[in-house]
Design a protein around this ligand. Structure first.
Ligand SMILES: *[C@@H]1O[C@H](CO)[C@@H](O)[C@H](O)[C@H]1NC(C)=O
Ligand SMILES: *[C@@H]1O[C@H](CO)[C@@H](O)[C@H](O)[C@H]1NC(C)=O
Length: 604
């Protein structure tokens, strides 16, 4: 059923909404009016009256359509206001992209105004364009800032961290809060882009405005530099699209289109499975340096963002490219729904005996099956089926319990013999949230029991540490021994090389979903305790830092690094977890990408 919209035009109408462009057309219109002869003016009035009469005649039949067609130049199609229609009714007015329009782009009418290649310079309004009505901005979603003490504490933590970034790393990817320096990865101001929607949701207007100016003036994608397709998609493309949908500010959309364009060469492979690396300046793509394969989770976790880019611009090519990848992976042989973590971009085949895991390089394959299905209004059956198969395969082959307290965890399978390795990445703790989202959307109710048990285990990985912070990787004891011996055993243990904590969001994300869907305050309380862990052991004078050791409060080995997901995800999910109303972001209307950026749910 995909790609969609293939019959539609490839064109998009773009105008920059800076104040100057609004004034100019009206002034020159007035000038033209004054230059008209009396006869011309009479003809004009005659036409206006005739049109009004025709409109009036047609009006009772279909009022809405006529009016909407007239103001058809919304960038993201028709925009409607939703008040308390939705079940988790929001008090304030929330504006969503009307999915009736199914992402048909500018007004759905496909009016051809400008060339498909996006060029910021051509958007200045000139005299040829004065007949176009000024483009209305979609309304913004309204947030009211923190509503309780816990949310206020999260906002304080955000500001503390943000201030350090502003002071010592402004415009760079990451702040190094201890040495007061910065770290550059892609040179795309990652922290700013990742933090945009968090600031918007927290009601940090000044900070948001400043970030917005930086985006407008300094965020460029033409540098000759390799970037990782997946990371830039979920962080930058996702961040920009989310900021656009929440704020209605078109600058974010303009940047997203430019970026999306420049990433497209990654898909020019024989199989359509993208290369992992793409140079945004030269628009060329290639394998990662470490080998011929791409990570399975990376090539299957870019679909939400590219699809949204198509829906919003009316250009089907973005969605077509990523849907092709999903369909391709759908047709590959799997191990009871489970996938190896590497895939070759040229052959399009899995590396057969690569590890199977729901942790690093595997995780968001499963997440995006479900979320794509949700994003497209639960209309694409194979996505749901592959997701359910993946969860079944997980339960069949990967779920294990510890010897002593019977904690459920998700193991890994290694190599051709598929040996079980009793180890779980902290990354895997995203899964309870995804499971809960699936159950809410009508998937098997047993998934909720699975989610609750895994939540308990992930909480335990925090609880057993004196810092209350989980390590990157936990090992589990599954040896069956006699009862006495078992009493003295530990269920979980950590290797020195895995004892770090990077301020990761995955478990906080799951706590948010569990709280959102159950209303059980225990999840909030667990989150609050973990937040104390971050406060006590990762906070430094100029922000919050990754640490090398969660096992010893006296020797945490600070790493002098704040990842951008701390701003984009961890603090955002904390803030949403402490939203007592559970209505800030409606999960029937929005779907979070893998970097915590909410995108609209469509009807198909
Ligand atoms: C809330 O969740 C906790 C942890 O899973 C559980 O022990 C408790 O029974 C739950 N409370 C209710 C009211 O369901
Ligand atoms: C953090 O510090 C506070 C104040 O010293 C203390 O009460 C709390 O137990 C600590 N929490 C953690 C998780 O270390």
């Amino acid at each position: 059923m995909l790609p969609r919209d293939t019959g539609k035009t490839d064109y998009i109408s773009l105008n920059i909404n800076d104040p100057g462009t609004y004034l100019k057309p009206s002034r020159s219109l007035w000038r033209k009016w004054n230059q008209m002869s009396r006869f011309q003016r009479n003809v004009f009035w005659f036409l206006v009256i005739t049109i009004l009469l025709i409109l009036f005649y047609l009006l009772p039949g279909d009022t809405k359509n006529i009016i909407l067609e007239d103001t058809n130049d919304y960038v993201n199609g028709k925009v409607i206001e939703v008040t308390s229609k939705v079940d988790k009714a929001q008090e304030e007015v929330v504006v969503v992209v009307d999915s009736e329009n199914q992402g048909v782009g500018p007004g759905g009418g496909g009016e051809v105004i400008e060339e498909p290649e996006f060029q910021p310079e051509i958007n200045q309004v000139d005299d040829d364009q004065i007949n176009e009505p000024p483009q209305p901005k979609p309304n913004a979603v309204v947030f009211h800032g923190p509503q309780n003490d816990r949310q206020k504490a999260i906002v304080r933590a955000f500001k503390h961290s943000w201030d350090g970034y502003v002071k010592y790393a402004w415009g760079h990817d990451n702040v190094k809060p201890i040495s007061r320096g910065y770290h550059e990865w892609f040179g795309l101001g990652l922290t700013i882009v990742d933090a945009l929607d968090t600031m918007y949701i927290m009601g940090l207007g000044e900070e948001f405005k400043r970030a917005r100016s930086w985006i407008e003036e300094n965020l460029v994608f033409h540098n000759n530099r390799d970037v990782n397709l997946f990371e830039v998609t979920i962080r930058v493309l996702g961040g920009l699209l989310s900021a656009y949908h929440l704020s209605g500010d078109k600058i974010f959309l303009d940047k997203a289109i430019d970026l999306g364009d420049r990433m497209m060469p990654a898909f020019s492979t024989r199989s359509g499975v993208p290369y992992s690396d793409v140079n945004l300046g030269t628009k060329s793509a290639h394998h990662p340096k470490w080998g011929p394969d791409s990570s399975t989770s990376e090539v299957t976790s870019i679909q939400l963002e590219f699809r949204e880019l198509s829906r919003i611009t009316g250009q089907p090519r973005f969605e077509a490219a990523v849907s092709k990848v999903s369909e391709h992976v759908h047709n590959l042989d799997k191990y009871d729904g489970l996938v190896p973590i590497f895939i070759n971009a040229n052959t399009g085949l899995f590396r057969e005996y690569a590890t199977i895991t729901l942790g690093a390089r595997g995780d968001s394959y499963y997440e995006y099956l479900l979320k794509q299905w949700v994003q497209t209004g639960r209309t694409i059956d194979y996505l749901r089926d592959d997701y359910v198969a993946g969860i079944q395969g997980t339960q069949k082959h990967l779920v294990r319990r510890t010897a002593k307290d019977k904690y459920l965890f998700i193991a890994e399978l290694i190599g051709a013999s598929r040996d079980m390795k009793p180890k779980m990445d902290h990354l895997t703790c995203y899964l309870p949230g995804t499971l809960a989202l699936g159950v809410h959307n009508g998937l098997p109710a047993e998934h909720m029991d699975f989610a609750k048990e895994l939540t308990r285990t992930c909480y335990q990985t925090h609880l057993i540490q004196p810092t209350f912070l989980a390590p990157e990787i936990t090992y589990f004891n599954v040896q069956d021994s006699d009862i006495e011996e078992r009493e003295s055993q530990m269920d979980m243990y950590i290797k020195t090389t895995d004892a770090h904590n990077l301020l990761r969001p995955e478990f906080i994300e799951s706590l948010f979903y569990m709280w959102y869907f159950t209303g059980n305050k225990t999840y909030q309380d667990w989150g609050w305790l973990i937040f104390q862990g971050f406060e006590n052991y990762t906070k430094v004078e100029n922000g919050y830092t990754s640490i090398g050791n969660v096992r010893n409060p006296q020797n945490t080995r600070p790493r002098d690094m704040t990842e951008s997901f701390w701003f984009g995800e961890t603090l955002k999910y904390f803030y949403l977890l402490f939203d007592d109303t559970r209505q800030l972001i409606n999960l029937d209307r929005w779907v979070f990408n893998s970097e915590g950026h909410p995108l609209p749910v469509h009807e198909s």
